[in-house]
Design a protein around this ligand. Structure first.
Ligand code: AMP
Ligand code: ZN
Length: 481
């Protein structure tokens, strides 16, 4: 398997620290609101990475944090007149609901910053002791960037340039810094803010330290993969490397993976531009499986543009897979399920017709094509094309006279490949059902009003969606073609 490593800016062969195991850390959201569809991209992408490792037989220890102490959380708590933890706990619960809707597996561990303060104090103490950090007069603790010669290795920035860049921006309250490129590990409390006692001052942690500490606690000093959105490369991940490597005396993560940004109508998503959607808002218009499928239609490192047209295309694509999967399932039920033990290369295929044997060989080739795409830095776009080809194969070769084993084998293959993408092909799209029922209703109304042209137009639209209408005594019934 090859992974594009931001550290080397090259695709590298994946070699785990421990055979058969993957230790993976993904930076999670700051919980002050519902997650937006940009936050959903790393969740979906790295859940798919995890699923593919599991498909390949790896045991994955997947850690993803919730940043539950931060200026925006505190601001919202002040506005609502509640404790910051009320805000963060509320949005952690909402985030978990969205993740379930997106079929993102829960992490092995979901640590929270506020529950990891002792570990942070411990790491900060170590960094001070070994000369990599210092406390200023007001109790702020800074990381001494100049003490880490590798600083800049992830973002490919040079410390000298950084220092002069930072010198331009004078931040008030940071007068105690030795060097403009130094960053905060611990800061003094302000009125009305949550705080914890520490040897340096009552205060709270800087943002970066939490991830170094949680990765160490739940995965160890050295981990296989560290991931997040590309905006985190600098300064967040660069600072995590500095903290972890200076505190632990070991290289931190071997592979750094970063997803590209999600834009809306080719513009950066932002609240001020008004082009900002939460996952919750999208879930009112679409089945979230469509959003997941949309995200995986592009390579994870490419920028991705969110638009209604692309979502419609994803909806139709997903429906094509679902229709084929539903037909396979229906046939399987009609023909009787085949026995277990249908592997790719066993002698059971000899019982099949020549055309079916060729179908099995084609399905195996498509599985290999899918795996080759995923092995090449998780190229989900090409992997999805292989699923579409499999659907085509199934549609053109399966019928009521097929061997049960052939039908079962194809159904299982479709399900297996979709599962890595987190796509559940055999679920019904409730929102689509509602849309179909509304169209049928409109057609009935048109007929009542003797507007046959409109009634026919609606019937045509439904048939374009693969829906067959039947007039029965109980009224109009519909089924998928
Ligand atoms: P935050 O809550 O801002 O710390 O973000 C949580 C995760 O979402 C991080 O991995 C970010 O890089 C990622 N993220 C935020 N906005 C976007 C976006 N528009 N596109 C892709 N990833 C994003
Ligand atoms: Zn992080």
């Amino acid at each position: 398997m090859k992974i594009f490593n931001t550290l080397s800016r090259r695709k590298e062969e994946f070699v785990p620290l421990e055979p058969g195991k993957v230790k993976m850390y993904v930076c999670g959201p700051t919980v002050y609101n519902y997650i937006h569809i940009g936050n959903a991209r790393p969740m979906i992408v790295f859940d798919t990475v995890r699923r593919y490792f599991e498909y390949k037989g790896y045991e994955v220890n997947f850690v993803s944090n919730f940043t539950d102490v931060d200026d925006k959380i505190i601001q919202k708590a002040i506005e609502e007149g509640v404790d910051a933890s009320v805000i963060s706990e509320r949005f952690i619960a909402e985030c978990k609901k969205d993740m379930a809707g997106l079929n993102v597996k829960p992490a092995t561990t979901h640590p929270q910053a506020t529950k990891e303060i002792p570990g942070m104090l411990e790491m900060i103490r170590t960094l001070i002791e070994n000369g990599h950090a210092y406390a200023a007069a007001d109790g702020t603790v800074y990381f001494r960037t100049a003490s880490f010669p590798d600083y800049g290795k992830l973002s490919h920035k040079n410390l000298d340039e950084l220092q002069s860049g930072f010198r331009e921006i004078k931040v008030t309250g940071e007068e105690g810094k030795e060097d403009p490129a130094d960053f905060v590990l611990w800061k003094p409390k302000k009125e009305g803010e949550p705080f914890w006692p520490s040897p340096w001052c009552d205060g709270r942690p800087g943002w970066h330290i939490e991830c170094s500490v949680m990765a160490k606690r739940y995965l160890g000093d050295e981990i296989d993969i560290h991931a997040g959105g590309e905006d985190l490369i600098f300064p967040h991940h660069e600072n995590e490397i500095a903290q972890s490597e200076c505190a632990n005396g070991k290289p931190f993560a071997r592979y750094w993976m970063h997803n590209g940004f999600l834009n809306i109508d080719n513009k950066k998503m932002s609240k001020s531009l008004g082009n900002f959607f939460t996952v919750r808002e999208i879930s009112e218009k679409y089945d979230l499986q469509v959003l997941r499928f949309f995200m995986l239609s592009a390579h994870y490192r490419s920028p991705l543009n969110f638009s209604a047209e692309l979502m419609e295309a994803s909806k139709n694509g997903l429906e094509r897979i679902r229709t084929a999967a539903a037909r396979l399932k229906e046939l399987e039920q009609k023909l009787g399920a085949a026995e277990d033990g249908l592997t790719g290369d066993a002698s059971w295929t000899e019982r099949l017709s020549g055309q079916e044997q060729a179908g099995i060989a084609a399905a195996n080739e498509l599985t290999a094509k899918y795996e080759a795409a995923m092995d090449d830095d998780f190229n989900t776009a090409d992997a999805v094309s292989a699923i579409f080809e499999l659907v085509k194969l199934s549609n053109s070769t399966v019928s009521e006279s097929s061997s049960p084993a052939y039908v079962t084998y194809l159904r299982r293959t479709v399900a297996k490949l979709c599962d890595v993408m987190g796509i559940i092909p055999e679920t019904k799209d409730e929102s689509l059902d509602a849309e179909i029922e509304a169209l049928i209703e409109a057609r009935q109304q048109a007929r009542k009003e003797k507007n046959y042209a409109l009634a026919d137009e609606i019937r045509g639209k439904l048939s374009g969606m693969g829906i067959i209408l039947e007039d029965t005594r109980q009224g109009v019934k519909w089924r998928r073609a």
